[in-house]
Design a protein around this ligand. Structure first.
Ligand code: PLP
Length: 477
């Protein structure tokens, strides 16, 4: 009978090979098309349908990885990846992931992960300082902003007076008013998903209109809260967005915060993408008022060069999160006093040691190095926006506060035909291979998005994107 892990010597040789493979990948990723030219099912077809009965050599497994996995990946670490929010799993972050896997620490409670717990709290506090939030905010790490927003809204639901939902639930209760949440029409769908998960329901998420800069209109918020209260509903929270998914607009956070304070509502700020930019004072100025929030979520895995997944939820009063979630079964009771047990702050019990990669990223680049990189991305986006602005037959569709440009080709054709043209334009550009852009709809019209956020992206890559866009436009006329 075999027992135990693979031999140390086998592991060492494979780990050296993996180190080379990763270094090679970083050097050559730009040679791949960003999106693999494959069809759905191609990968599945190449994989054995049944698991191996006998052990296979690490070399053979790694060969298959190189043959089947690496080339058939959409390369988020590609310098031509300019879709959605462009991101980077930087080299220090990759090293942090590897070491975290080796430790396999599960910081459910302090005792099961002392270093993981304390490093997580410290590195979140570094981030808090870097983005300029007040010292009372305490952060912890979740997988995604979707979960951060869910936890914040669960805490909001819990603090709403007289509901006692944690104990009594929501089903079958005639005493329970409809709970309502407010966010702009540009807010991320994770707000609706949180409403689904928390039993609030998507009908009770008020999607408020935005101004010509795609920002929530505070008067519309006040009016909606007032109408809901008059109708006997119970407003519980407002989600302001700092860096909306489509255009990266920033809601008027100061005004929203004042309304929340007056109306006694939880104020959550979704800064999943743009929050990282607040490490630069000039970008932080755009977040004015977020320090009034009860909670702020920001994703180092979006624009702080940390491999997916890593999302930091900063809460002004962690006791309010604990009140919503802390539940300690006997087997998890520990004796240490005054420690943070991370399981108390959310739904999950077990957790990976994500702080290690963020710690390594912040240390390897330094706050100033991170600022320079974010500024560089902003500058590349602005240069691209200038080209669009100056080119007849194109238009910018939204302001460019950070590193995302919304634009489209225009003509005298009907709006619907222009939409179809831009859709085909996007397909053509992406089919070429060197770059990958995405789209959105603004005020119902199809719009292209170019996002800069990968550490490998240079002016030459943005230039390539622009050349491909113009060539495709000419080719389609
Ligand atoms: N919030 C905003 C503004 C986003 O743009 C996104 C995703 O792009 C999310 C939240 C969801 O992020 P995650 O994938 O971390 O849940």
């Amino acid at each position: 009978m075999s027992s135990g892990d693979i031999p140390a010597s086998t592991f060492r040789a494979a780990a050296h090979r993996v180190a080379d493979m990763i270094a090679d990948y970083f050097e050559r990723v730009g040679d791949y098309p960003v999106v693999p030219k494959i069809r759905p099912g191609d990968v599945a077809q190449a994989l054995p349908a049944i698991p191996p009965e006998q052990p296979e050599s690490m070399d053979r497994i790694l060969d298959d990885y190189q043959r089947l996995v690496e080339p058939n990946t959409t390369h988020w670490n590609h310098p031509g990846f300019m879709a959605y929010f462009a991101i980077t799993g930087s080299k220090p972050g990759v090293l942090g992931e590897a070491l975290a896997a080796a430790l396999n620490a599960n910081a459910m409670v302090w005792k099961t992960g002392p270093a993981a717990t304390e490093l997580e709290l410290r590195v979140c506090d570094w981030l808090r300082q870097m983005v300029g939030l007040p010292s009372e905010f305490q952060g912890h790490i979740n997988d995604t902003a979707s979960i951060g927003t869910l936890l914040a809204l669960a805490a909001a639901r819990h603090q709403a007076p007289g509901l006692d939902i944690r104990r009594r639930g929501m089903a079958g209760r005639s005493d329970l008013p409809a709970l309502t949440i407010y966010a702009s029409e540009e807010a991320h769908s994770s707000v609706d998903k949180a409403a689904v998960t928390l039993g609030i329901g998507t009908d009770n998420v008020r999607r408020l209109p935005t101004d010509d800069g795609f920002r929530m209109i505070p008067q519309a918020l006040e009016q909606a809260i007032d109408e809901d209260r008059r109708a006997g509903r119970a407003p519980i929270a407002v989600v302001g967005t700092a860096g909306t998914t489509s255009t990266t607009s920033v809601d008027p956070l100061r005004a929203i915060g004042a309304i929340c304070r007056r109306e006694r509502l939880w104020f959550h700020v979704d800064a999943a993408y743009a929050g990282s930019a607040a490490i630069c004072p000039e970008y932080r100025a755009l977040m004015e008022g977020w320090e009034e929030a009860d909670s702020v979520v920001l994703n180092p895995h979006k624009w702080l060069f940390t491999p997916v997944d890593c999302s930091v939820l900063l809460v002004r009063d962690p006791d309010r999160l604990k009140a919503a979630f802390s539940l300690v079964p006997e087997y998890l009771r520990t004796k240490e006093a005054g420690v943070t047990n991370l399981m108390d702050l959310g739904v999950q019990l077990g957790r990976r040691f994500r702080a290690l990669k963020l710690w390594m990223v912040i240390r390897a680049f330094g706050a100033e190095g991170l600022r320079e990189r974010i500024r560089h991305h902003g500058a590349l986006a602005r240069e691209f926006a200038e080209r669009v602005r100056a080119e007849p037959g194109f238009e910018l569709c939204a302001p460019v506060p950070f590193s995302v440009v919304c634009f489209r080709a225009t003509s005298n054709a009907s709006p619907e035909e222009q939409d179809r043209f831009n859709e085909r334009l996007l397909d053509r550009v992406n089919a070429a291979g060197p770059v990958f852009l995405s789209h959105t709809k603004l005020r119902g019209r199809f719009v292209l998005r170019l996002a800069v956020g990968n550490l490998g992206t240079t002016a030459a890559h943005v230039e390539t994107a622009w050349r491909l866009i113009r060539e495709a436009t000419v080719g389609m006329q």
